[in-house]
Ligand binder design. Structure first.
Ligand code: SAH
Length: 501
């Protein structure tokens, strides 16, 4: 068996999509991942379900995790033959002790690789609209830590000398000593009017930017409650932000959008939300369980060869169908000559994950559309939820087909404490927008909230993906603020942008 190996991987800062292609590939194949607070939690979704995830940050149980404790784990895991990813925010070598970890690994004879990451000062500058160098304004930039290993990293003399030796100064970990740092730079000869900025939580929906001057930025930062993780930039280039600002100008920037779905179903939607500068809040309102009577599914699976079409209307339906097949020791080949039809791209993608390409994907995201696309059929299996609209089977039967509607799962409301949690999110301003992507999510959310659901939902912006969902919202007296004109998540987010613009 091949020996183990440690990969010191830079996660990049903030937005999880800023990781490198190599970093992502390593996460996908890791046996164990050791991560800490500055790497985005969504990155862990790239790992395989069998990967072991260890939080070694300050919130990982230890108050001040020692380097020795982390390195000991890396060495032990690698010696046990595991592929280990040590995930670090930004770049693993930039003010990150990656070198210390690699030194220990080398001394222990453990194989390792270093995968660079996008450093936070580079990313924060881009996301704040500040260019660290510029042909007219700055021909050099310096990264410096404001951390307080007295006499080693923090020496006021060094800051005074740096003041005029470089054009743009980028300070990491500088918030605690901000007064002393800015005073030392001014004493070193930089004018107090020099533009300065602080970028907190760069490249995240929580990003905050303060633009001031070298002379007053420390006082303003205290007043406005800026704290770590934040970067301080000093130099003429800070003024570029006025023209280059783009991220925190997005219409949905900083808004919290609640997706009332399960974690694994919300991933693609969450990524699309982050792309728009907003923050996804994933909140499952249902539990997916087996249907009360497994008989019809068992019979349908036994007679699978007799169908000329098998239709799926949801990704849950797809996953449950294949899980049932697998339980019988069978796989996708059981579909034989049957053609497969789906409604919508999400269901098509779910099918693809089981190695099957849909013969037909309904262009319209409603059941009637799928029936129209299929045309004449002899015998059709519709694998779906226990409770669902009958438009699809009705339309197929009207066309002369024999249709078996087979429940492959049922949805039950989430536990009661989830209801209380959702209620306090809506009441306490913990969410700005509710995304409704189906009639069933409308029913599940209103059921979970109880009698005053409509009043609670009136406190936030309600967005609907299409006419069927909107009908259900109206039936439950919920006011709709934004409606998609194309019935996709992108369409829904477009409608929200127009609403907030
Ligand atoms: N290796 C990291 C730096 C780790 S030191 C890198 O390459 O970026 C931790 C410091 O990095 C924080 O105190 C802060 O100054 C900065 N930092 C990291 N991520 C940040 C973010 N998203 N926004 C602002 N500052 C960040």
């Amino acid at each position: 068996m091949a020996g183990g190996k440690v990969f010191l991987v830079g996660a990049g800062p903030g937005d999880p999509s800023l990781i490198t292609v190599r970093g992502k590939a390593l996460l996908e194949t890791a046996d164990v991942v050791l991560y800490d607070a500055l790497s985005h939690p969504a990155l862990l979704e790239f790992t395989s379900p069998s990967a072991e995830l260890r939080n070694v940050g300050k919130r990982g149980g230890q108050n001040n995790p020692s380097q020795a404790w982390i390195t000991a784990q890396l060495i032990e895991l690698a010696r046990a033959g595991r592929r280990v990813v040590r995930l670090k925010g930004g770049d693993p070598l930039l003010f990150a002790r990656g070198a210390e970890e690699a030194e220990d690994l080398a001394a222990a004879g453990v194989d390792f690789e270093i995968v660079p990451g996008l450093p936070s000062p580079i990313a924060a500058a881009a996301y704040a609209g500040i260019s660290l160098t510029h042909r007219d304004l700055s021909s050099s930039a310096t990264f410096i830590t404001g951390s307080d290993r007295e006499g080693v990293e923090w020496t006021p003399d060094a800051w005074q000398r740096l003041a005029t030796a470089t054009d743009t100064i980028c300070v990491l970990m500088g918030m605690r000593r901000l007064e002393e740092i800015t005073a030392a730079i001014a004493r070193g000869g930089r004018a107090p009017e020099t533009p300065a900025a602080i970028v907190q939580w760069a490249a995240r929906p929580e990003q905050r930017v303060l633009v001031a001057t070298l002379g007053n930025i420390a006082a303003r930062a205290r007043q406005e409650g800026f704290s770590n993780p934040a970067l301080v930039f000093v130099g003429e280039v800070v003024a570029l932000r006025e023209k280059l600002r783009w991220y925190d100008k997005k219409p949905l920037f900083g808004k919290r959008l609640l997706i009332p779905r399960a974690e694994h179903q919300a991933r693609e939607t969450a990524a699309k939300i982050r792309e728009r500068g907003a923050e996804p809040v994933v909140f499952p309102v249902i539990r997916i369980v087996d249907p009360p009577d497994p008989g019809p599914l068992r019979t349908a699976l036994a007679e699978l060869a007799a169908y000329d079409w098998v239709l799926f209307t949801s990704s849950n339906g797809v996953d449950r169908f294949f899980a049932a097949l697998e339980r019988e020791g069978r796989d996708a080949r059981a579909l034989g000559a049957a053609k497969v039809g789906v409604i919508g791209p999400g269901t098509r993608a779910a099918l693809q994950r089981h190695g099957v390409r849909a013969d037909v994907t309904a262009r319209e995201y409603v059941g009637e559309g799928l029936a129209r696309e299929i045309g004449a059929a002899r015998r059709v299996l519709v694998a779906r939820a226990l409770v669902a609209r009958d438009a699809l089977p009705d339309a197929l039967r009207a066309g002369g087909a024999r249709v078996d509607v087979v429940p492959v799962y049922q949805t039950l409301p989430a536990a009661a404490e989830k209801g209380a949690e959702l209620r306090s999110l809506l009441e306490g301003g913990g969410v700005d927008v509710m995304l409704f992507t189906s009639s069933s999510t409308v029913e599940n959310v209103t059921d979970l909230l109880g009698a005053d659901a409509a009043a609670l939902l009136a406190k936030v912006t309600v967005a609907s993906i299409g006419p069927v969902t909107s009908d259900t919202l109206r039936a439950r007296n919920v006011n709709i603020d934004a409606t998609a004109s194309t019935y996709t998540v992108e369409g829904l987010l477009d409608a929200l942008e127009a609403h907030f613009a």
